[in-house]
Design a protein around this ligand. Sequence first.
Ligand SMILES: NC(=O)c1ccc[n+]([C@@H]2O[C@H](COP(=O)([O-])OP(=O)(O)OC[C@H]3O[C@@H](n4cnc5c(N)ncnc54)[C@H](O)[C@@H]3O)[C@@H](O)[C@H]2O)c1
Ligand SMILES: O=C(O)[C@H](O)COP(=O)(O)O
Length: 410
Amino acid sequence: MKITNSLDKSKIKFVLLEGVHQNAVDILKSAGYNNIHYYKEALDGEDLIEAIKDAHFVGIRSRTHLSAEVLLQAKKLIAIGCFCIGTNQVDTEAAKCLGIPVFNAPFSNTRSVAELVLAEIILLMRKAVQANMEVHRGLWNKSAVGANEVRNKKLGIIGYGHIGSQLSIIAESIGMQVSFYDIENKLPLGNAKQVTSLENLLAESDVISLHVPENASTKNMINAQRLAQCKDGAVFINAARGTVVDIQALADALKSGKLRGAGVDVFPVEPASKDEPFVSPLCEFDNVILTPHIGGSTSEAQENIGTEVASKFVKYSDNGSTLSAVNFPEVSLPEHSGAKRLLHIHANKPGVMNQINQIFMNENTNIAAQYLQTDAQIGYVVIDVEADDVADTLAKLKAIDGTIKARVLH
Ligand SMILES: NC(=O)c1ccc[n+]([C@@H]2O[C@H](COP(=O)([O-])OP(=O)(O)OC[C@H]3O[C@@H](n4cnc5c(N)ncnc54)[C@H](O)[C@@H]3O)[C@@H](O)[C@H]2O)c1
Ligand SMILES: O=C(O)[C@H](O)COP(=O)(O)O
């Protein structure tokens, strides 16, 4: 049976959820992809499955959950794009085993988060959040008690990655003294100091700001015991992930006056849309800034993210590059003009590469270039061949035991 050499661009279906920036649509269209299904909202359950069941590319933000069960229903899926930083909403291991690379925008909203956190630090240190609430209620409580400059105050950053280090730089530029705790050894920027004890960081800092990812090591890393280790009257900020903080313990620390105030942008349970009410034990406090997970929600960040992730989609679809995929062997590829490019994703087990190369040997087809990267579970090999028609070759590649996905590029 003859199978088509490659999928026509008009047949490649993109499903973009959660109102990703229009830039993403423009970039896909200018690359020749017009089969784009755009949703403003997040989807879940049957609606999600229905929307993505025949999609080749799916773009989401932080609210759409792509579990292994959901991914198994999306039989044609080639790649996932998280139009954000976090990828914890996707079962990235399951995606990998299905041959689906996951892309994200690892630093396009970094500055936006750091700016919001810095603003919150200043407002909370000045007691301006409480003052604002009081004045709204008609209370003119003009007082300097409990209001401080941030200059010379100690900022403790937990997680010194893109956001933590960006915050470090801008906080230092307004006179804060920065220390940080990270499980990795990190190059301190400016005059920041890395500390090896989280307990010491908590005890010494006037302000604590969390910038770690959601994973097993960070689940409830800030609990009642950790909050008790904080300096009395400290300000606490969480713009990382809601699961990192025991929210009831945080409410207790605010109620007892242990903490001066808090800024919280992320929650263990977040409403799926604005139709659902937000409920939290933090709602009762005047000295807490609550924001609806908007750390990365600026025009600038969303535009940059739209460009970055859509460009990664185009690169993977047109060229096969998996550079910067978060769950996949990374292969960076040159243009393949003049050659046909075959992509083969397979279980990383003995004999697969041998069978692949055997096919070309038997066909007497010259391999112009071959690129292979593997990890413990899968291998991704890209083969440029000097041949006019590779339909039969593709069929043979697909028949190899251990093949997860194979395709040929335009
Ligand atoms: N509020 C928002 O809208 C928003 C926007 C962007 C990112 N985020 C969240 O912020 C997180 C951090 O973003 P980033 O770009 O700085 O990520 P990053 O990967 O660049 O940095 C994370 C840092 O945390 C460190 N880390 C990991 N586990 C740790 C642990 N147990 N203890 C101490 N340090 C640990 C890592 O070594 C790394 O240096 C993201 O994972 C995302 O969940 C939230
Ligand atoms: O991971 C992220 O980048 C942030 O949590 C922002 O997610 P959002 O794009 O859904 O606002």
